[in-house]
Design a binder for this molecule. Sequence first.
Ligand code: ADQ
Length: 534
Amino acid sequence: MMRLVVVSNRVTMPERGEKVAAGGLAVALRSALEQHGGLWFGWSGATSAEPATRVEPIRLGKVSYAVVDLTEAERQSYYLGFSNRALWPLMHYRLGLTEFDRSDYAGYLAVNRRFAKLLVPLLKPDDVIWIHDYHLIPLAAELRRRGVTNRIGYFHHIPWPSAEVFGALPFSATLISTMMAYDLVGMQTQTDADNLIGGLVALRGAHRDGERVKAGPRQTLVRAFPIGIDVESFRKLAAASVRAATQPIRATTGPLGGRKLVIGVDRLDYSKGIVQRLEAFGQFLRSHPEHRGNVGLLQIAPPSRSDVPEYAELDRQSDEVAGRLNAALGEFDWTPIRVVKKAYSRSALAGFYRRAQVGLVTPMRDGMNLVAKEYVAAQNPEDPGVLVLSRFAGAAHQMGEALIVNPYDTHEVAEAIRTALAMPQSERVRRFERLYATIAASDIGWWTSRYLAALTGTGASDSLAPPEPQRTVSGTRKPAARQRATTSPAAKKPAAKTAAKPVQAADDASLGEKRGSFRQRAGSKPLPNAASPR
Ligand code: ADQ
């Protein structure tokens, strides 16, 4: 009987009462783990003076959790250094912000080596191993080096840039080569998958055969698996929030009175385009003064990674821009922009989304962007709001019925806000129905089961691929293929029953922190202003 082993940078343990997790992804992974009986391995989020030499799993129900502390030096080099100051900006196409430091890179490799060493004794021959995100790229190679022949999959939650960009990273050829240690690599979009394959060809001399890449004795399948959310539970939370009008929603919407609401929800991260979005809202008010006084932007953006200097700078900058615009455009009884820096419960968020006539999701670059999907899931089907979505979010590949914008073009975003606020109800409903059908057909259950089916080789999942509508010039999109708004029971059933086939050993190559920190159980109290471990 196959057992699932999930490895992620951060592990969220239910019993620790951590402020983290219980978001869609953590819940989905936990339910897949429960189905198969499983092990979740990764960083505890804590530091300790001495590196751990062994790890004792803690069993809670059908799932065991094995968490490892890092030393402060490891946290600095592996997590803050190489992961978040080199890989994160590089993969978001921000070469100017990419800071490569050899000792950080050495720390990154060392932590991956140590994770492999601690994980190996916990593995059983039929385990299927699923590794998450950029913190752990070389982990499979380290496991292979120690003789692990199990099936190993990887899912990359953020964009993968073209070989030209990735190749700027020192040691890029070595790092990308470690991807060949995986049997399956999942990407958010076909563009990311093509970029990775292109990089393996250009930097590693691999050969491409469709979605398969071959290098030496290894063969790796690279495929797009666009991640989804728990659409149904989000829809229910939003509907319930209308009935309950929970405290935080009353508190925020009250002073807005009958005014319209434009909403942005993001971790405070430069990839999310928050400052550019504030500027675009200012531009909208300048170009369309008739809207002054009757609409407000609520930007919810809790700080994350505050000990990385670029993030502290962004925090300062967004305060400054909001302050400047409010001073220039506000009235004694109307403040155009509110920036709120705390994390909210899922149900409070769902309520905010539902109350907002416009969802402004304008990252400069984003792997997927779950906020875009949450905003749609939360809408009132009879009177839905309008999603304005950056063409550089992975979500834009699926959500062509949004108003698609270039976030670098302030005027275009400003005009999209105006268009969204003026959009007739019939058009809003038409767009919403298609968007909802798409996200419901490719929800988080679909994602987990489709990935695991491909990893365990029980396949038969290709036909379930969600639509990736053709891109056209911003703003006008070809409609996405209409899909049923339900997930087929077959697709819902997470994963394969058959035992994993061990594969041949080879040469060479998170989530926990995952979205972690913001996520809370539905109905729980707003979190204090905690920095995200992401
Ligand atoms: P993130 O960069 O964290 O994830 P995103 O996909 O938008 O980005 O997910 C953020 C999550 O945090 C959402 O579920 C949102 O509701 C929640 N959140 C944000 N602000 C919050 C607040 N103030 N209070 C409560 N919750 C809040 C990475 C990649 C993405 C990819 C995901 C999943 O960067 O591109 O979509 O992983 O693979």
